[in-house]
Design a protein around this ligand. Structure first.
Ligand code: FE
Length: 224
């Protein structure tokens, strides 16, 4: 298996490339970095078969549309998404095959109503649902802190403690965590009830992302 983590500094986005037996999937690619993905796919003799977006992003434009045009790869998102040009919609527990690797879709709404996480062997790609020592905001794009509490506490934190967490963003340079680590040390998860979690999220009062007015409409067309 080939596994690569890419970082896009303007939106602090992590994208992931996973390849097995030549088949390749990219998770949450950023439009500005399309050439970089194409370069590595070419240099390593890989074939891009799937580009996944964990949700409609508000802070950067996805490369999925460009990658689909250039390589004819599938664009995968959850069935709840309003995005056009998605070629394959997944629902809870659907699996995607990449070589001999199986990637399983977990519906984890809360940051947005179309947020999915994707689990593979020893790791889970959590999008903006569960971040390292933080969680994704829930105050726009049909975000909902009650749904996020359920997604995190009743789904993601039920995965084995050693499961590696790879989020879609990090603003402090953390690159990977584990379920056990986040249970113990993520400050947003140190709550006693769903109500406490919701109150905490509703008190955040964050500014909207700079690129939001451009990114959301573009991503509703997969960046095409
Ligand atoms: Fe997001």
């Amino acid at each position: 298996m080939i596994f690569r983590q890419f970082f896009e500094p303007i939106s602090s986005t992590y994208s992931y490339l996973i390849a097995d037996k030549g088949d390749t999937v990219i998770i949450d690619p950023v439009k500005e970095d399309t050439d970089k993905y194409i370069q590595i796919i070419r240099e390593l003799d890989l074939k891009l078969i799937i580009s996944i977006d964990t949700h409609v992003h508000a802070d950067h434009i996805t490369a999925s549309g460009r990658l689909n045009t250039l390589t004819d790869c599938d664009i995968v998102m959850g069935q709840e998404t309003a995005a056009e040009f998605v070629t394959h919609r997944v629902k809870e527990n659907d699996t995607l095959a990449v070589g001999s690797i199986k990637i399983k879709a977990l519906y984890t709404p809360g940051h947005t109503d179309d947020s999915y996480s994707f689990r593979m062997n020893d790791r889970v790609f959590t999008g903006d649902t569960l971040l390292i020592r933080s969680t994704g905001r829930t105050d726009f794009q049909n975000g909902n802190p009650i749904h996020q509490y359920d997604s995190i506490f009743n789904k993601l934190l039920k995965l084995p403690d050693a499961t590696l967490i790879y989020p879609a963003h990090d603003y402090r340079g953390w690159t990977v965590s584990t379920i056990a680590e986040e249970k113990r040390h993520n400050p947003r998860l140190q709550v006693n009830s769903e109500a406490d979690y919701v109150a905490q999220m509703n008190a955040l009062k964050l500014a909207h992302p700079k690129q939001m007015d451009v990114a959301v409409p573009a991503n509703l067309k997969c960046g095409k």
